[in-house]
Write a protein that binds this ligand. Structure first.
Ligand code: URA
Length: 200
């Protein structure tokens, strides 16, 4: 798929999400003058990172991982020798849930298909899941639900899956936010991120 085509398909997603009046988070976005967060990065990325949902900073700017979790993500990427401009970063939910609460199943159902389309546009070789919601969604999407365990037993592992466009690897990672107040988890995250070095 050509670059222009990819750009156009991403724009369509953005426009649909902007007008997603059927979402339970649409009114909350409007009332607070928030932006939806579609995703950011290279449309030809080999590695696509998938988080959970925008936080406050993200909803205010429309950019993924630009707050405190984003700072940690930047550190983890740098430590693994990965440039942010070479990857694509998105979320399952494109709108911020109230008070950063966990995503609800109905919300995942509404926003999930946009993420599915983004995956098929970018066609990454590796999908790196950040946190348990992302792990859960992606593992199930690729028919790997029988492999699912609590994230404490999954982080740092890589699974082989088949996408519409070809083979894809799923790398399971903790969410960077878990390291905000915990240096030990940050060390684990740093180590886990090194597995991505094999794919750049
Ligand atoms: N946490 C997420 O899961 N996504 C973001 O974009 C920011 C914080």
């Amino acid at each position: 798929m050509g670059d222009e085509n990819k750009k156009e398909l991403m724009k369509q997603i953005r426009d649909e999400v902007l007008n997603l009046t059927t979402s339970p988070l649409y009114e909350y976005r409007k009332e607070n003058h928030y932006f939806p967060v579609i995703g950011e990065g290279s449309h030809n990325a080999k590695i696509m990172f998938i988080g959970e949902a925008p936080g406050l900073n993200e909803a205010k700017t429309g950019r993924p991982f630009c707050g405190s979790a984003g700072k940690i993500l930047d550190e983890l990427l740098e430590n693994a020798g990965i440039k942010r401009e070479d990857i694509y970063i998105g979320n399952i939910l494109k709108d911020r849930p109230q008070q950063n609460r966990d995503p609800l199943p109905d919300e995942v159902k509404i926003y999930g298909p946009f993420l599915d389309r983004q995956i098929n546009i970018i066609q990454p070789k590796v999908i790196a899941t950040l946190g348990r919601y992302s792990m859960d969604y992606i593992m199930r999407k690729f028919g790997l639900e029988s492999e699912l365990l609590p994230i404490g037993q999954m982080h740092g592992k890589v699974f082989d899956a088949k996408a519409k466009y070809g083979d894809v690897k799923i790398a399971v990672l903790y969410h960077p936010a878990v390291a905000i107040y915990n240096n030990k988890t940050k060390d684990t995250l740093k180590e886990d991120f090194l597995i991505l070095k094999n794919f750049i």
